[in-house]
Write a protein that binds this ligand. Structure first.
Ligand SMILES: [Zn+2]
Length: 484
């Protein structure tokens, strides 16, 4: 294709004409320096993403992912403590010293049942791993680590005071990592906390979200031959089914913002044995933690009713408890300026065509296959109809984040399109925008006491004017070793 000379190239041509005159080196701002650091390390960051993406690990099993991120951070001068809050795949990496302390959150767990190749058609991987990065956490962890390393390198070069702390938080999808790190007090000394998430658009997450209680109900009955002597059996599976029917009738009487969903994690062995045990796993969600607690009470009553109907016994296991996000306006405004400074991911025609093909399964896709603009910062927080364990952090320290376009515009979260795009250049372009934005925002937060103060004031005002969530987990609850 015949190329028009770009204005920059034309300028380069003119500068070249003056080559005998030595040009003074242009002074770089700290933000330009951190941008350049990310650019210089972009290949490494892409390689880290590919490694984590190619080996998707479920929550609390993310050994390769956490090792990969820890190695990168140690190579960049971070002091790393592993096994935070009793979780082998959690870690904290720190650079710099003293106050202020700025946190950046990293996630790296995958989801089950969403195996997908980095191709534009729905196509499972050839290996036996059925997991996939359908929430894009391979780019999430990588960009956060890259941002922390870039900010730390530039802060050191400029002699900027303060500590940069990268939190390696496992098992976000089951709401474990940050919940138990928060309970261990690991966020208590932060001045501000930043995060991001892969998305189908680029925007600042000045947002609220849903609280969620993760709880399992395990029924115990009596096994018997299902044909020869069913009269001697008490089916735990019957109890699970009756419980689910009860909960499905409950839905009509819950407030509209509620979400209740379940999977049966144990439904018995085979049909000729009356199942002596069965288990159902529920997520109970609402816009406020208080209402999620109300749903929990109702669901507990239904579980007891199901046990009574089937003469089984029921035991409850509370796995985790996530709070709704507490938004922060000044931190969100800061992030918006950095996201706008960096600009949205710029996708090329090949990437747009790839994403267009992945839209083929969407009922009403947006006209553009990849979002290439940044949405405005809203005046009031918007609502994310999902949950994140970032919520628990947001009630401890001023917290905000961004989303960047990393996959097909209009694709739902937790879909094969997300897996496909984050395993190739589309997701990695969004990843690098996130890394640049978080790095420069961190550098500004280290310097700008007024922004930190405004964020703290906003945090305290919001905490003072709404009901503060209290965990339903027992006081002595510790992080589970495994969740499945
Ligand atoms: Zn996620």
């Amino acid at each position: 294709m015949a190329a028009m000379k770009s204005p920059i190239a034309a300028l380069g041509f003119r500068l070249a004409a003056f080559a005998p005159l030595a040009l003074p080196a242009l002074a770089q701002s700290p933000f330009e320096k951190s941008d350049r650091w990310i650019d210089e390390h972009a290949d490494r960051l892409r390689a880290i993403n590919r490694s984590i993406w190619s080996n998707p690990e479920l929550g609390l099993e993310e050994h390769l992912a956490s090792d990969t991120l820890v190695r990168f951070l140690e190579q960049n001068g971070f002091r790393v403590t592993r096994g935070s809050a009793g979780m082998p795949t959690a870690f904290i990496a720190e650079a710099g010293s003293g106050s202020p302390v700025i946190g950046i959150l990293a996630e790296y767990d995958a989801l089950p049942g969403v195996s997908q190749k980095p191709t534009s058609k729905r196509e499972a991987r050839d290996d036996n791993n059925d997991a996939g990065h359908a929430c894009g956490h391979s780019v999430f962890g990588t960009a956060s680590a890259g941002a922390a390393a870039a900010a730390a390198a530039i802060a050191k070069e400029l002699g900027t005071e303060g500590t940069i702390r990268l939190y390696g938080t496992p098992a976000e999808e089951t709401g474990i990592g940050k919940v138990f790190m928060a309970r261990a007090g690991l966020f208590d000394d932060l001045d501000a906390c930043l995060h991001w998430h892969p998305s189908d658009t680029s925007r600042t997450s000045f947002a609220t979200s849903k609280a969620v209680v993760s709880v399992k109900f395990r029924f115990h009955g009596q096994s018997a031959h299902a044909s020869f002597s069913p009269q001697h059996g008490r089916s735990a599976l019957d109890a699970v089914e009756l419980m689910n029917i009860g909960v499905n009738f409950l839905r009509e009487h819950l407030e509209d913002h509620s979400r209740v969903h379940y999977v049966i994690t144990d439904g018995g062995g085979q049909p000729n044995v009356v199942p002596p045990t069965a288990e159902v796993w529920y997520y109970l969600r609402a816009n406020s933690h208080a209402y999620a607690e109300h749903i929990l009470e109702r669901v507990r009553e239904i579980a007891r009713g199901a046990a009574l109907m089937t003469r089984t016994e029921v035991k409850e296991q509370l796995d985790s408890d996530l709070f709704e996000l507490l938004p922060n306006q000044p931190l969100s405004a800061l992030l918006q300026t950095h996201l706008e400074r960096v600009g949205p991911p710029r996708f090329d025609a090949t990437e747009a065509a790839f994403a267009r093909e992945t839209q083929s399964e969407l009922p009403a896709p947006p006209p553009d296959s990849l979002a290439q603009s940044i949405l405005e910062l809203p005046t009031d927080p918007f609502h994310i109809p999902a949950s994140t364990d970032v919520g628990n952090v947001s009630w401890i320290v001023p917290t905000s984040g961004i989303g960047t376009a990393c996959y097909t515009h209009g694709a739902p979260g937790h879909s094969w399109q997300v897996v496909a795009c984050t395993g190739m250049s589309v997701g990695e372009k969004g990843m690098l925008v996130a890394a640049r934005s978080l790095a420069s925002a961190t550098l500004e937060l280290l310097e700008a006491a007024d922004v930190r103060k405004a964020a703290k004031t906003d945090f305290e005002r919001r905490r003072a004017t709404q009901e503060n969530p209290t965990s339903v987990l027992p006081k002595d609850a510790v992080a589970p070793v495994k969740i499945r």
